[in-house]
Design a binder for this molecule. Structure first.
Ligand code: SF4
Length: 315
């Protein structure tokens, strides 16, 4: 029983180089600024005999420690667009809330790995966040991000969503999460009830980069959320998913599970993630091939967040 509890899994994730090296029988993990964290459910999907395993590559210490041109600590400069702590407002109709500073997994390419979470917590600063949204009636959608909003307990998440639903001009709640994929036990009956019972239109945007992440357990659990809109965003990552075969398989497998591919993001240039960079020309070529392989509604949009008020559409 305990083993199926998502909080149990969160507590016993692999943390740091020693635990990870022991588990994978390697010496490749190193402790560094962005600490290693790998949930066991994700670790068990990795082929321990394959040092190029696409899941392993996302969590292993691959940092190039020397600074590289155009790679910065905070490539999207989120803080510049934060009128009140815990809230980011880049587009007129929607705001993003930093709902949690915790993630189930630490992805080594993460653009928010240096984000100042302690100063940006939408829950502890709720009164200011609420007043800002109430006073901006053009806002009709609230996005929960982090960190990962599903690292909040069911009770905390429920209170937050109720508070958002109490603001009359908010119509849509969007939840950005990687937890649901890397720790499928997080998809509980309680989560399903909270989302299905809200008056808001609920959209969940999952973060999956490779078909190998979509385990049998995830396939079973995600059926609990069949009543809400499910989308997926991926990051195009060198050595992880930069082949037409892998991207096609991911899109098809997502669709089998009732999830639509939404965005394929170019890497945000955060310091240390240089090894993951896919060049624009090759990305555009891959995307063109995807269009040939898949029906239009299964082709994710190839985008780059340009760090200000918009995304660049690469195609
Ligand atoms: S789960 Fe998302 S926010 Fe957390 S480390 Fe991975 S990419 Fe970053």
């Amino acid at each position: 029983m305990m083993e199926n509890n998502w909080q149990y899994h969160a507590r016993y994730a692999l943390k740091g180089a020693n635990q990870s090296n022991d588990f994978f029988k390697t010496k490749a993990f190193k402790d560094q600024t962005f600490p290693i964290k790998i949930p066991l459910e994700f670790a068990q999907l990795i082929d321990k005999n394959n040092k190029n395993d696409p899941l392993l590559k996302q969590v292993i210490s691959a940092k190039v420690l020397s600074k590289s041109a155009n790679f910065s600590l905070s490539p999207l400069e989120d803080e510049k667009y934060s009128p009140v702590a815990g809230l980011i407002h880049k587009y007129p109709n929607r705001v993003l809330l930093i709902a949690s500073q915790v993630c189930a997994i630490h992805c080594q390419y993460c653009f928010r790995q240096n984000f100042n979470y302690t100063e940006h917590d939408a829950i502890s600063n709720w009164n200011e966040v609420q007043n800002y949204i109430i006073n901006n009636i053009k806002i009709n959608e609230v996005i929960l991000s982090g960190g990962d909003p599903l690292s909040l307990s069911g009770d905390k998440l429920s209170v937050l969503i109720d508070n958002i639903a109490n603001i009359a001009h908010i119509k849509t709640l969007r939840i950005h999460t990687r937890s649901a994929v890397v720790t499928p036990n997080r998809i509980t009956n309680k989560l399903s009830d909270i989302l299905n019972q809200s008056r808001l239109n609920v959209v969940m945007v999952l973060h999956t980069n490779h078909a190998q992440e979509l385990s049998a357990q995830f396939a079973q659990k995600i059926t609990k959320l069949s009543g809400i809109t499910l989308l997926n965003q991926s990051v195009l990552l060198k050595g992880v998913n930069d082949s037409i075969e892998e991207l096609t398989e991911l899109c098809l497998k997502l669709f089998d599970l009732g999830i639509f591919p939404y965005y394929l993001h170019m890497l945000d240039k955060v310091q240390g993630a240089q090894d993951f960079l896919v060049k624009d020309d090759y990305a555009i070529q891959l995307h063109q091939q995807l269009k040939n392989n898949l029906s239009g509604y299964l082709v994710p949009r190839l985008v780059r967040d340009n760090g200000n008020h918009s995304k660049d559409w690469l195609l």
